[in-house]
Design a binder for this molecule. Structure first.
Ligand code: NI
Length: 258
């Protein structure tokens, strides 16, 4: 089996010059990637994600608005997201949505309101969620429970919390998204969490163009780099890289119904 990329942003302008060549080569017979979820972070990004999903058979879209952009998320936009999630068969998840308390803006109450609205939307359309959560572990857990989003499940993407917190997300049926950070020298906490999280609940991701793994840290990331993350996870779990790629591929297919 090949890599299932659960979190890419190929709509980013840094791919404008070679987007099609890059995606086509990764998904080709000689390439190492099986499926890609392109994740919208803004309304513009959601349009672009659905265009990519239309164009490539094995690219799917997640649509939602990231906490950075929620000031632009009104009633009309929520309604539009809901219609797309219901009627476009290539939309397989709601995301990325979430909470980011690292920066003071947007204010927490607004972030919480828009996060919960989008969790509720996901429950209504019965699709899993892709959650961005930074310095907001408790509010993320409480919001999931408050909206019964454990009924749809999903991914805690770019996981950055402790192994104890991982247990709480796992108990709610969530998967944990692991990417390039696992290969960084200062990744002790994530390595501990990865030791603890069972293999059937891990999915792999890039968050490209960001978060390129070692030995390519700091460069423009792309989905084939997930093999470095798989290699590191294989060491941690006592598995082969191929086994890690196979298991995480099956986890993602099951979660997204692909
Ligand atoms: Ni992202």
């Amino acid at each position: 089996m090949k890599i299932f990329e659960t979190h890419a942003h190929y709509d980013d302008e840094c791919y404008d010059k070679d987007r099609d060549a890059l995606i086509s080569s990764m998904l080709a017979d000689e390439g190492s990637v099986d499926y890609i979820i392109n994740v919208g972070a803004s309304i513009r990004g959601c349009h672009a994600s659905m265009e990519l999903a239309d164009k490539y058979e094995r690219v799917y879209a997640a649509i939602g608005v990231h906490p950075d952009d929620i000031v632009n998320l009104g009633k009309d936009e929520i309604e539009w997201l809901k219609n797309c999630a219901l009627h476009n068969p290539k939309v397989v998840a709601v995301g990325e949505i979430g909470l980011d308390y690292y920066y003071p803006e947007p204010e927490k109450t607004l972030q919480l309101e828009k996060f919960r609205e989008q969790l509720s939307l996901a429950v209504e359309v019965n699709k899993p969620v892709i959650i961005h959560s930074r310095d907001a572990c408790n509010d993320t857990l409480e919001s999931i429970k408050g909206e019964n989003a454990q009924n749809v499940g999903g991914i805690i993407h770019c996981y950055s919390y402790s192994k104890e917190a991982a247990r709480d997300f796992l108990n709610l049926g969530f998967h944990i998204g692991i990417g390039g950070v696992l290969t960084f020298k200062n990744a002790k906490k994530l390595v501990e969490a990865a030791e603890y999280i069972p293999m059937d609940r891990i999915v792999l991701e890039t968050d490209c163009p960001y978060m390129a793994p070692e030995p390519h840290r700091g460069t423009r990331n792309y989905s084939e780099n997930i093999s470095f993350v798989a290699e590191k996870l294989a060491c941690i779990k006592g598995l082969s890289r191929e086994e890690v790629i196979d298991i995480t591929n099956m986890n993602a297919r099951k979660l997204f119904g692909i």
